[in-house]
Design a protein around this ligand. Sequence first.
Ligand code: GAR
Length: 199
Amino acid sequence: MKNLGILLSGRGSNFEAIADKVESGKLNANIAIVISNRADAPGIESARSRGLKAQVIPSKGKVREEHDRDVAAALCAHRVDLVCLAGYMRLLSPWFVQQFPNRILNIHPALLPAFPGLEAQKQAFDYGVKVSGCTVHFVDENLDHGAIIVQKVVPVLDGDDEHSLAARILEQEHIAYTEAIGIVLEGKFSVEGRRVILR
Ligand code: GAR
């Protein structure tokens, strides 16, 4: 069975959704370690309460690559096959990305390449788009940029505010992430340029 390593910084609802699918047998994988760069991340507490291996590797005040080396060492020590960023609010160094080619996934709460970066749901809402959604993609050396595995579309309703929109996007995130992890773990895809082709 393949080992997942989850990196998070906060609430951890995407981590919870992945863990639920693993526990119910719908995702054939093992969560080998959950790592947070913040000690106060609720997601790390919930990982512990599920009996999963959870580790805080503080990033504050550390040079980026130095922190990334500690994170990579923990992932390797737990024989992680696939790294899943789940609300990991930290840029990765090129060094880190190169350690795990096509083996790091990220989820972003917008239809990339629209609205990369922070507060994507607010950016989309303020722009006035009629549809938004979420994207699961491979991580490359640029922010919110790598080849796209799964996207889900969410309509923006007239009565929405940025919070109601974000909540509906989040429901789709929870579906999209395990779908993408399943595709990657089963290896039934090829990457041709920017395109992820399912086989
Ligand atoms: C999610 O909406 C995720 O898409 C977003 O942070 C939230 C984390 O929520 N990630 C990014 O914006 C990355 N650019 P969670 O901690 O409940 O999973």
